[in-house]
Every structure is written in C-alpha cells, then in structure tokens.
Write a protein that binds this ligand. Structure first.
Ligand code: ZN
Length: 171
C-alpha cells in the first residue's frame, strides 16, 4: 500500500514560501498589542524580511496546523531603543504643521534623504521632543502563532519580495 498525500500537505515554512498565519502579540506585561483575531490571517513571504527576523527563524520548518509560542528579544525584533533617535527640536522647525500633539507621528528625513516616522513624545514651550524609535523597539515580544496555509510563491511575488492577493495585482 502506498501513501497518499494531499498536494502541499508536506510543505514546510521555508524561503520563498507564502504563508498565512494567525497571530497574537503580547508584551512582557501580557497585554495584547496586536492580533489577527477576527480578521483574515496575515500573509507573508518567508525569507524576504516581511516579518521580524526572530519570528521568521522561529517559524522556519513548521507545517500547516502547527501552533507556536515564541518569545523574541528586541535584537531579533524591532531593535533596541536608541537614545540618539530621540531629539529635541525647536517648534519653529515644524512650520506648516497646524497643531502638534503628543503621540502625533511626523515624517522626518535622515541625512541621506530617506523618509522615516518619528513620534512626538513631549512638548515644552518652544521645544518639541521627537522619538524615531519603532514603538516596539526595546520590547521582548511574545507571539502565539498558528500556521494556516503554505504555498509556493509565484515568480512575480519573488521579484517583488511580497505576497500578492490571489488573482490581484494592482500596484
Ligand atoms: Zn507586488
């Protein structure tokens, strides 16, 4: 007697595979920071930096139906908090912004002209403190993940480095 397999049933998460996962992300305090609960599972292209490095390596080799609990240190997540990403700027530097509020995100540019987001963390008289760290920088991340499906990526997805919704390509 031979064995029968549904096509793809043996497939494992690995480079150039399109994976759908459900996930819940908690911080050290156990608060849910993000979750796909009640939404569609999140698609990503494994091996292309679509998700943080620590999660990519933890999921490598898993199969459909696998459930994993993974804790990821900041170095393998969104990085450490960098003190020099926090800057004090004169409010006059924000001309054209109507009303600056704590928690607001502003677009800034590095010395090479690349755009990045900073958050306003403090407003004092004519000084504004902005923080360019990712909001999850410095945090240990606790993921609960379930693997919902795995398929081979299309050539076009590989050349773009991301997943295309089935039958759709509008960018
Ligand atoms: Zn694309």
């Amino acid at each position: 007697m031979g064995s029968f397999y549904i096509s793809g049933a043996n497939m494992k998460v690995g480079k150039d595979k399109v994976v759908l996962m459900h996930y819940t992300l908690k911080n050290d305090a156990g608060d849910v920071i993000d979750s796909s609960d009640g939404a569609d599972p999140l698609p990503f292209l494994q091996g292309h930096g679509n998700i943080i490095p620590g999660l990519e390596s933890a999921l490598e080799g898993s199969k459909v139906g696998d459930k994993l609990d993974v804790s990821i240190e900041p170095e393998e997540g969104y990085g450490l908090r960098m003190q020099d990403a926090i800057q004090e700027i004169p409010s006059s530097a924000l001309q054209g912004v109507d009303e600056v509020k704590v928690g607001m995100q502003l677009q800034s540019q590095d010395k090479d002209g690349n755009a990045f987001l900073v958050s306003v963390t403090k407003i004092e008289d004519d000084k504004i403190t902005v923080d360019g760290n990712h909001p999850l920088a410095g945090q240990t991340l606790h993921f609960s993940v379930s693997i919902e499906s795995i398929r081979k990526a299309e050539a076009e997805e590989l050349s773009h480095g991301h997943v295309h919704a089935d039958g759709q390509h509008n960018h």
